[in-house]
Design a protein around this ligand. Sequence first.
Ligand SMILES: *Cc1c(COP(=O)(O)O)cnc(C)c1O
Length: 401
Amino acid sequence: MLTKSEQIIEKTEHFGAHNYHPLPVVIAKAEKSKVWDPEGKEYFDFLSAYSAVNQGHRHPKIIAALKEQADKCTLTSRAFHNDILGDFLEKLCAFTGYEMALPMNTGAEAVETAIKLARRWGVEKKGIENGKQELIFAENNFHGRTVGVISASTEEESRVNYGPYLTGIKVIPYDNPEALEAAITENTCAFIFEPIQGEAGVYVPSEGYLKKVREICTKHNIMMIADEVQTGFCRTGRKFACDHEDAKPDAMALGKALGGGVFPVSAVVADHKFMEVFTPGTHGSTFGGNPLACAVAMAALDVLDEEKLAEKAENLGKIFRDTISKVSCKKMVQVRGKGLLNAVVFEDGFQAWDVCVALKNRGVLAKQTHGNIIRFAPPLVITEDELHQALEIIIEVFESL
Ligand SMILES: *Cc1c(COP(=O)(O)O)cnc(C)c1O
């Protein structure tokens, strides 16, 4: 007899395209920093849906906003105004410190929007001939899965057999200001990058890198565009990862936790002098800025502020890294990260998958990136006590390796 979980996994694998390889665990119920499988086993969630659940699972304030809005109006399209979009955009601008916002749904769409913004700005404001625009990206980036975005990827798995790719893209080493400066030409519109490379294994650039990027972009009149889809919304101990160096990008791509783990909500934020290149008909999305998304996102932003989740992430992150760095485990090479976006790096060739399965069996859900790296990113609402409980399990598993 198969267990309920095994039956569910079998059905999902049978009917679903195999574009993922999940851990063999089924989640049926979730609250705050914990989730439960159909058999009732409890787990700490140390992935937070890739940082989309910063506010914790089913935050009551966000769920209440969802329900209240669901009873009023859910979708209008942008062919008409709806009575909540303005409030949402105002709140998002206040939270991020930009003059304007353009709402979409997924992170990849936000990055696509940023690409279109940069290319159009290049022609209309910088005088580049249309078709000659160039964009610079960093090696080992992750910006999503659309054809446009994977054109900038250096990850063979993400790109293979999807050609032809977008042209006008240069990829340079990350954390290397000289390479950025050298790659800029008169046709460059923007440098699009992650302030911490999440999918690459929580790769934190050298101190001062973000500031240098800011200086170079200003000097050469190119847009500095930060993809804060994963690092944003308090995850790294600041509202945004660029805040660590007070390096304000010209535009940010946002997603994930903007939807509070409840609804897909994404956006690009920028000042008027950039955003004004979009005119009616030049970009859009049927669901972008829908009333349900607006209500959820406003509540999601409130929770970040009201519960001081940036400060919490900063403090708990220190505890996490301090504790893990003292663990005696010969296979462990490094623990790194900022706030509650952390990763443990194991020696080359190490199968981190097996560790994730062992962690799962003991009640902690985490996922490896790149074979030998495990990311640890619990919801920011996790309590210090819960963090210690989870750390105990993690330490036990690491020490048994
Ligand atoms: C997850 C992610 C994306 C893509 O977001 P989706 O909602 O999956 O399209 C883009 N950029 C970064 C940095 C991400 O982590």
